[in-house]
Design a protein around this ligand. Structure first.
Ligand SMILES: [Fe+2]
Length: 358
């Protein structure tokens, strides 16, 4: 058989793979060809600076009026300069953080026969979905499995569609949802204060007009198996997020952000959550908030679990800079169109299919 025919057969076989973990668990020593990144995207050919990390903001004194002002200012600076920061002192118990990562790991550790019931249809956004990511525009595959669903469930019937194994999954994710909603409101309000705007300014702008209304949110759990040729592959390629804000928990390093022409690894402090502002915030704030390019690297010696809560605006919200962020007489920096968030998500799916999650 010719080299091309062998490669074609490996690619065809790979199309049938439903789980990267299941493939990695067979003990393969070489990754299939379509997991190999084009040379210019391979981590070994890109610059990384391990001496830096994203800023950390301590929220523990957020109720002290003087400290609150300083904290709000540091968040504004962090999203302006990085679009990424870590938070500590956020009030979420480390027990819950550990438990969440544990139930997610336990879910991915279930036999494939349990997980395939969540393969579902890509167009059905009402139920949890499990599988590998879509193929990227360069034709390659990401080295990760993922599982995602809307949070919180809209009704008890929707909750019944969540996994019943591991046993603690539903209760833990529900508990996490409540804590994350609280924290995201604190962060959006601090950001608004930092810009001298009213509390709930950003939530209202994104369609959560009523005081008790919450933004739409998705929990995206990702599992990155150990990879026998980590330097050739990617957990997820460089991208920005088509979201408002992402609140992430990770059990080990792997996430990197692109700043000043180099990749900077984000440390995985178990007491911290990693926060990032996405494309939606960059557009609404006319570039005052940054949507930072980031990627995930995989390792030969260690697997990785992450749990991301992705906050999104209402689908009918028009994506345009809010007037308070437009300097008089100057053009807006992004998308001077009538595009709604729904249309933005559709175009993002075409441009970056491996990253889209609904
Ligand atoms: Fe991302």
């Amino acid at each position: 058989m010719t080299v091309i025919a062998t490669q074609r057969r490996m690619n065809d076989d790979n199309h049938k793979i439903k789980s990267i973990k299941a493939m990695a668990d067979t003990g393969i020593t070489h990754i299939p060809p379509d997991f190999i990144l084009p040379l210019y995207m391979q981590p070994r050919f890109t610059k990384t600076d391990i001496s830096r990390d994203v800023p950390t903001v301590d929220l523990s004194l957020v109720n002290d009026p003087c400290e609150r002002k300083r904290i709000a200012t540091s968040i504004v600076e962090a999203v302006r300069d990085w679009g990424y920061f870590k938070v500590r002192g956020h009030g979420i118990s480390e027990i819950l953080m550990t438990k969440l990562l544990l139930v997610i790991r336990e879910f991915f550790d279930l036999p494939l026969s349990e997980k395939v019931q969540f393969l579902g249809s890509q167009s059905d956004t009402s139920s949890p979905r499990y599988g590998r990511t879509r193929r990227g525009t360069t034709g390659h595959q990401s080295w990760r499995d993922q599982f995602h669903h809307r949070i919180p469930p809209l009704n008890p019937k929707e909750l019944q569609t969540w996994p019943d194994k591991p046993e603690a999954y539903r209760e833990t994710v529900l508990g996490w949802t409540k804590e994350i909603q609280k924290l995201s409101n604190v962060l959006f309000d601090l950001l608004a204060e930092g810009y001298s705007l009213e509390p709930r300014y950003f939530q209202s702008l994104m369609g959560a007009v009523e005081k008790s209304a919450e933004l739409d949110a998705t929990l995206l759990a990702a599992y990155y198996p150990r990879c026998p040729q980590a330097d050739l592959a990617s957990g997820i390629v460089a991208h920005t997020d088509p979201t408002s804000m992402v609140l992430a928990l990770q059990d080990s390093p792997g996430l990197e952000v692109f700043k000043d022409g180099t990749w900077i690894p984000v440390g995985a402090d178990p007491a911290c959550l990693t926060i990032s502002t996405g494309d939606v915030m960059e557009i609404l704030t006319n570039g005052s908030c940054k949507s930072c390019e980031h990627r995930v690297r995989v390792k030969e010696t260690q697997d990785r679990v992450s749990a991301l809560v992705m906050l999104k605006p209402r689908l009918d919200i028009k994506l345009e800079a809010a007037p308070v962020f437009i300097t008089k007489g100057q053009a807006t920096r992004f998308m001077d169109t009538d595009m709604t968030y729904r249309q933005y998500v559709t175009s993002f799916k075409d441009e970056c299919p491996e990253v889209s999650f609904d």
